[in-house]
Design a protein around this ligand. Structure first.
Ligand code: HEM
Length: 700
């Protein structure tokens, strides 16, 4: 990239970063309606009517060739023979995904008939039992655009490198603190739970220090001969407002492992990244992604998961190796073990992990009382099934409508307005439930904008009792056990606003991510951009076209969805409008009315959550006689809510607003937890069990 462009771009950093101007969007629609030009008509149709249709029926990669063939034979990363990888030894217990190692899942040769989900996602799809399994490929909507056409990071269509990821993060995305007027922070935190349930790129830690180092400890790029082949470090541009203060020139970045690294069967010429967790929304973050992983967190008594008792409360079990799994300063510091290795990453995440774990045990205990004849396995699997169903219900009917828009979801058959006892039998074996690369690497990460760097601790009377600085507590979850912190943080997340879904990303993740007592940490927005290129995602323009929007012929054509002054900044950074990363372009679009994303991301997200639902044979609304719920049980699951989940699983949370994703207001006032609807578990009393045991009493 030219120095001239660098300088010009840094000038923009000095200028104020505007927020998304939704009113500007509305005004544009009105003006368009008045002018009624064909372009405007398409704008109005796409933007204001929620007029998106799911695109899953379009053929996939093979039939959809790359929109721009990109076969520049240059290699961006060091491909010289790798020096020994410092991270070849397993560091997690057996069965846990290991950074630096990748393997491809092998489904069982024959799928056993089971009324319950498997732990690794296998056999959900009976004809293609590997679909959605842990340790399989991400799905793709568009052919990848690797620099070398095979696996190296994307380059500009000119053959040069794309603009520096940190520079793009600085120039295009702001750091302003803008509280959301409607939504609480628990929206953001639930989003991360869903993320961790659905995907995790292979070969990374996503929280603790990565053992593969691309930069020296004082922030310099390692020399070529020492660079591991998976290194794709983010270089810090000169005069960086944060990092240059302390002389940091390099941010660590390790490439995701692919099917080519793992020698997976049926690999194509082009690399496809691997994801180490099941694609299904099956609470794999609570239960684990394999039988082995599950057996390390399951009590095997009364259907319960392992908990540790401290100070009269139940907590997640301790990690096996706290110095690896947490940034612990002492060997006695709390560090958790769960179904997902990212559990310790931040306090809000650890808090929701604890709540979901406690919910499992709460259900298991209740079922054990109702059905004393059930064995551990039945209690465990039934409690797991109910817990997953509640979580899916909250996610699809309470959380997703905020993000995707209620009308959009209804129209695209992601949700239904059905009578409470009616099943929805929409499982479709032709749908691939794999998590799409464009979803996990670009669209869903847009919601990093909602992260708040200050976590409020709120009392039962809803007064602020204190606050935590996010970057003080990355990978140090023990803070949630201190004093009343667990309940205060729970109430805090349900009370304080999340950050507005806009182009601003909180400083705590834009300059201080995982700083571990150092002055600065990493930049999550720059990482997201770099990851977009690491995974070779098709360009923003390609995705626009794929999503039925007009393909841009020049920079100005992007102004239909992106503010003109932002397009000017992009122009100063990128050599061509064809180079614009989808992570960047999609995050800059004006939102579709009623949703929290612009049309391109909304299209990808809608597609993903459609596939996640109808590609899952065990989705809770299915009425399968063997694996589904009875109509009465389904009606109970449909009473589950975020508010009640928080109420039931705090240490002593007594009150909550009924709609916990929405801020407290006169129409959503704080009420006693007992006034919030609960799932009546008596509908799970097993009549059959009593009847079949009965004849024994009357002995023949
Ligand atoms: C405090 C909150 C959060 C933190 C600290 C955080 C941090 C991270 C980090 C470090 C990564 C890995 C980046 C990489 O190496 O490429 C990541 C990945 C990701 N994040 Fe977040 N995140 C948070 C919340 C969220 C939320 C709210 C969402 C969405 C609603 C989200 C969606 C994603 C997705 C989709 C990925 C990629 C997952 C994969 O397939 O591996 N994150 N996040």
């Amino acid at each position: 990239m030219s120095t001239q462009r660098d300088v010009l771009s840094l000038l923009f950093v000095m200028s104020e970063n505007p927020n998304h101007e939704m009113t500007y969007g509305v005004a544009a629609v009105c003006l368009c309606l008045l002018l009624a030009t064909p372009l405007c008509r398409s704008y109005v149709q796409k933007i204001s009517s929620n007029g998106y249709s799911i695109i899953h029926s379009k053929p996939d990669i093979d039939v959809f060739p790359s929109l721009i063939e990109n076969a520049i034979p240059t290699v961006l990363v060091n491909t010289s023979p790798a020096p020994s990888n410092p991270f070849i030894q397993p560091i997690y217990g057996p069965g846990y995904p290991q950074a630096g190692q990748a393997s491809c899942a092998v489904p069982p040769p024959i799928c056993p008939k089971s009324q319950y989900r498997s732990m690794d996602g296998s056999c959900n799809h009976l004809e293609q039992p590997q679909l959605g399994m842990a340790n399989t490929r991400y799905g793709r909507l568009l052919t990848p655009k690797y620099g070398d056409g095979v696996s190296s990071p994307t380059r500009s269509i000119t053959g040069d490198e794309l603009p520096n990821a940190r520079l793009v993060s600085l120039v295009v995305f702001g750091e302003m603190d803008v509280p959301d007027p409607q939504f609480t922070l628990v929206n953001m935190q639930w989003g991360q739970v869903i993320t961790h349930d659905m995907s995790m790129q292979a070969g990374g830690t996503q929280s603790t220090r990565h053992p593969t180092r691309c930069c020296t400890d004082d922030g310099r790029l390692l020399t070529n001969d020492l660079l591991h082949r998976t290194c794709f470090a983010i270089l810090v541009p000169p005069h960086d407002p944060a990092y240059s203060q302390v002389g940091i020139e390099c941010l660590n970045f390790v490439r995701t492992l692919t099917d080519l690294d793992a020698n997976c069967p049926n690999s194509q010429r082009q690399a496809e990244q691997l994801t180490t967790v099941t694609s299904y929304m099956d609470l794999s973050l609570v239960y684990g992604n394999s039988i082995q992983q599950n057996s390390e967190i399951r009590e095997f008594r009364g259907g319960r998961m392992i908990v540790e008792q401290r100070n009269g409360a139940e907590w997640l079990p301790s990690a096996r190796n706290i110095t690896v799994d947490c940034d612990a300063t002492s060997l006695t510091e709390v560090c958790y073990r769960a179904g997902d290795i990212r559990v310790n990453q931040n306090p809000g995440l650890a808090m929701l992990h604890t709540i979901l774990l406690r919910e499992h045990n709460r259900i298991a205990d209740a079922l054990a009382k109702l059905n004393p004849h059930w064995d551990d396995r039945t209690l465990f699997q039934e409690a797991r099934k109910i817990n997953i169903a509640e979580y899916e219900h909250i996610s699809y009917y309470e959380w997703l409508p905020i993000f995707l828009g209620y009308e959009n979801m209804l129209k695209n058959r992601l949700i239904y307005s059905a009578p409470k006892t009616t099943h929805i039998n929409d499982f479709d074996p032709s749908i691939d439930p794999s998590v799409l690369n464009g979803h996990a690497t670009a669209a869903f990460r847009y919601f990093h904008t909602q992260i708040e760097g200050r976590l409020d601790l709120i009392s039962e009377l809803r007064s602020v009792a204190g606050a935590l600085r996010l970057s003080d507590w990355f990978n140090r979850p023990g803070i949630i056990e201190l004093g009343d912190n667990f309940d205060s943080l729970t109430r805090g997340h349900a009370t304080q606003p999340q950050e507005l879904t806009d182009i601003n990303f909180d400083r705590e993740i834009k300059n201080y991510l995982f700083r571990r007592n150092r002055a600065f940490g990493s930049d999550l927005r720059a990482i997201d951009i770099q990851r977009n290129r690491d995974h070779g995602l098709a360009s923003y323009n390609d995705y626009r076209e794929f999503c039925g929007l007009r393909r841009a012929d020049n920079w100005e054509d992007f102004t239909d969805l992106i503010a003109a002054q932002t397009v000017e900044k992009l122009k100063s950074l990128y050599a061509s409008h064809e180079d614009l990363d989808v992570t960047v372009g999609g995050s800059l679009e004006r939102h579709v009315i009623g949703a929290l994303a612009g049309p391109t991301f909304l299209c990808i997200l809608t597609e993903q959550f459609y596939r996640t639902r109808v590609g899952d044979r065990f989705f809770y609304e299915n009425g399968d006689k063997y694996a589904g719920f009875t109509p009465d049980q389904l009606a109970e699951i449909r009473k589950a809510s975020m508010a009640r989940l928080l109420c039931d699983n705090g240490n002593s949370v007594e009150s909550m607003q009924p709609k916990a994703f929405l801020q407290v207001s006169t129409s959503n006032p704080i009420v006693s937890c007992s006034n919030i609807r609960e799932v009546d578990l008596t509908k799970w009393i097993d009549q059959k069990g009593y009847f079949t045991t009965a004849p024994l009493h009357f002995g023949k």
